[in-house]
Design a protein around this ligand. Sequence first.
Ligand code: EPU
Length: 335
Amino acid sequence: MLRFEENISLKPFNTFGVEAFTKFFYEVTDLEKLKLLFKSAPELPIRILGGGSNILFTKNFDGLTLLMATKGIKVLEEKNNKVRVEVQAGENWHEFVLWCLKQNYGGVENLALIPGSVGAAPLQNIGAYGVELSTVFYSCKVINLHTLEEEILDKKACEFDYRSSLFKTHQKGKYLICAVTFELQKKPHQPVLSYAGLKSRFENKNPTIQQVAEAVIEIRQSKLPDPKLLGNGGSFFKNPVVKESVYKALKLKFTKLPCYPSGKGQVKIPAAWLIDYLGYKGRQFGQAGVHQNQALVLVNLGEAKGSEILKLAENIQKEVKSYFGITLEMEVNIL
Ligand code: EPU
């Protein structure tokens, strides 16, 4: 019989640092034990937690919270310039990036310093500075929570999209991600420098992946708050994707409105610009606030409740909608 810890505070397990309690708590270090657990408590509502960096707890949970803490990085196969690496779900994302840099395996250097765990990364298809997880993703090992069987899902099956996958959409709650296999470059060349901040820095240069990672870390540290010092969940909203015609109409009124191409006659508008324009940047609302260097990041100024941060997010959504006619979709999972 597996023993659960009871009435545990989840404050140390979410980067917003908000208080919320779970009735039962179990740290998963062994998948066989995990399967036993599912069989012994089939009725118990469960919630799976990785690094806790993309969630906002707004209430207590009357079920079992599983903290994925399985570890291990293994090279599966090397062929030509490709190397396949399997990483257990509980590995820290940035630690994995550092491991790749040490081996000189290319592909994830632009994703340095993203908070969270490897197992959670496919859920929202983490992305930054011109690269998304889907670029380097090969497959993942999951437990189907309906059958308790292990399955392998390839890239196509995961239906990756901008900050989205099947784990977040129509198959939400069906799978538990146990391990992720990446396909990386053994002799990296041509790092992705499409993001303006990287392009200007490395103009006419051919940087190593280590230099790219260093630059990414520097850029992130200058804009994004360290969750250890100031509670936050990264970008709170997705950047809205609109038809070009909608953008052109808005641009007549808001002449400085930026945009990025997003394929098929669509453009992506930086949500940060919209929120910034409305004067939210750096403002405080009780214990919740909007970060002073990045308007897309909501922060916990100390003892904020999850509901307080959610209220601020909803107010921003309402104001953006009434001012620009644009719907902002939350990127952070509200629990
Ligand atoms: N901007 C403002 N005010 C601000 C910040 C930005 O007007 O306070 C405008 C500027 O025009 C700027 C543009 O927004 O050029 C884009 O800003 P930035 O490059 O900081 O990126 P972002 O679109 O706000 C996205 C990701 C980030 C990722 C960066 C870099 C989403 C939801 N967010 O942010 O991801 O690090 O690009 O690639 O796509 C995350 O998902 O948690 C995250 C931090």
